[in-house]
Write a protein that binds this ligand. Structure first.
Ligand code: SF4
Length: 508
């Protein structure tokens, strides 16, 4: 294929071509328990949501201690580190950085000093309107350590808390100013807070740790690992406060039309996570069955691309009666590490992560089920690998619609020209990846397989639940693509100057 200027593949050759969630967050309130180790294991369960950095903050009644660094959870914390983090509450974070770059300073939790009180904040998501707020805070002399939107949120909360004298008032006023997708946990020396954007784009759940405490986490799989039981979701726009006084809830912002990220169900969340009473595994299995109804094909073997392509592949096989088997083996130990692969190894691309099982695929017509096609480079390499291993035909089936639109709410696909389906027809994509046939699950079919609720499906449809300011999206949409914002009045909301915001009183 010749280089197409509208479709920038060059930057991605040999690089990871999957979608990445930006982060996972965890929090625990459990006086008398080893909260640092509970958080450590909670973060282990959320490691799939981010592998660039990890951090834990502990509140011990007098102060907040933070330990964070680049690397996996197991690389960042030693046994001695955890033993030194004593307290009654903790929050934790794993990061795959997009907004604000990587490095130590972008690692979370961020912390801010409010007079003599330290707060620490961990954030999953992306804020779309913090550029002006950051500029204002800098002019007021607030020091920043990173370029991240999360640090802006932390400092904004600090600023409003100082002005009002109440942390919950500070959080509420910050929520009134920031826009985007966010699930945040915040810690001070004697209380844990959890709050979520008013559309509920990014997930956040509450669990009970017996009678001893409470846990909040991005996914229920992190409750399971620490022995907590699911209680409920943090509601869109809600602020939850947990302290010696118990658990308190206030509606920080009125909920807006619900817009839970549908990609959590398709790809990001772990299969054992439960959303609205249904496991992600069962939803993906149903997506495979629905895909088989919509796009059947005559073949000998159904395989999934590990890991998230496996449940829909099983569903596809069950629906068609074609045998399911393993065709690709994943090297589970290639993660982001400080040891950089050589250029020669980079050029091996996907082979560092996946290898074809030639015994199973040789001489067979294979259906390969995967969760998405982003740039198409990975699919192309996997199809070639299967053919080199002897597959006579490779039919690619994708358990979601074509990803045509960038995401601005916490996923790292914010430039439309890098999305192959925004640039090419299904037939052109098929030709590019070298498959014998290609089909995507329809949006209607996908909605049939997930619980009934309000979803964000903007990356398939261009219908964005939260307006993207033009300054934030400049250059990110291709000519001829006009996003729509069905939930607002067509006006870009202006952010009031931080200094002009008048503080209201605490609500209790
Ligand atoms: S645009 Fe796509 S990935 Fe982003 S929040 Fe919406 S559904 Fe999720």
């Amino acid at each position: 294929m010749g280089y197409d200027e509208r479709f920038d593949l060059r930057a991605t050759v040999g690089e990871d071509d999957s979608l990445h969630d930006e982060c996972g967050v965890f929090g625990v309130w459990a006086p008398g328990r080893d909260v640092a180790r509970i958080t450590y294991f909670g973060l282990h369960a959320l490691q799939h949501r981010g592998q660039e950095s990890a951090g834990i903050a502990v509140g011990n009644g007098r102060s907040v201690l933070v330990r964070k660094d680049r690397g996996l959870v197991s690389q960042v914390f030693t046994d001695a580190d955890l033993s030194a983090l004593n307290g009654k509450a903790a929050i934790g974070h794993v990061r795959y950085g997009t907004a604000g770059g990587g490095g130590f300073d972008a690692a979370q939790p961020h912390f801010s000093l409010i007079d003599d009180v330290t707060i620490a904040l961990a954030h999953n998501g992306t804020l779309v309107n913090t550029t002006g707020v950051r500029r204002e805070l800098v002019q007021m002399g607030v020091p920043f350590r990173s370029e991240t939107d999360s640090e802006v949120a932390c400092e904004l909360i600090g600023y409003f808390t100082k002005k009002s004298g109440h942390l919950r008032v500070g959080i509420r006023h910050a929520m009134q100013m920031i826009e985007g997708g966010y699930a945040m946990v915040l810690l001070r020396e004697n209380a844990l807070y959890a709050f979520r954007d008013p559309n509920g784009i990014r997930p956040l759940v509450i669990g009970a740790l017996g009678t001893e405490g409470w846990v909040v986490a991005s996914e229920t799989c992190a409750l399971d690992i620490v022995g907590a039981t699911f209680v409920r979701d943090v509601r869109p726009g809600e602020i939850v406060r947990i302290s010696d006084g118990g658990i308190l809830s206030e509606q920080g912002l009125e909920p807006r039309p619900e817009a839970q990220c549908i990609f959590e169900d398709v790809y990001f969340s772990r299969p054992d996570t439960v959303i609205r009473g249904r496991s992600i595994y069962s939803m993906r299995y149903e997506m495979g069955r629905q895909l088989a109804r919509e796009a059947p094909v005559d073949a000998d073997l159904v395989i999934g691309v590990p890991d998230s392509g496996m449940p829909p592949a099983e569903g596809y096989a069950a629906q068609t009666g074609i045998p399911f088997g393993e065709g690709l083996i994943k090297n589970r130990y290639v993660a982001r590490t400080f040891i950089q692969p050589t250029q020669e190894m980079r050029e091996m691309g996907v082979r560092m992560k996946l290898n074809a099982l030639s015994d199973n695929v040789a001489g067979r017509r294979v259906v390969m089920v995967d969760d998405s096609i982003v740039r198409g480079t990975t699919s192309k390499q996997i199809v070639r690998m299967l053919k080199e291993a002897g597959a006579t035909e490779v039919h690619v089936r994708i358990n979601c619609p074509e990803v045509k639109w960038p995401c601005f709410y916490g996923i790292d696909t914010d430039v439309q020209r890098q999305l192959i389906s925004a640039n090419k027809s299904v037939e052109e994509v098929r030709d590019y990846i070298g498959a014998d046939s290609l089909a995507f699950l329809s949006l209607e079919g996908l909605r049939r397989c997930v619980p009934e609720c309000g979803y964000c499906d903007a990356c398939y449809t261009g219908r964005y639940p939260v307006r993207i300011p033009e300054a934030f999206s400049a250059g990110k949409f291709l000519d001829g693509f006009a996003p729509t914002f069905p939930y607002d009045d067509g006006e870009e909301a202006s952010v009031p100057p931080v200094e002009d915001v008048r503080m209201d009183a605490p609500r209790d």
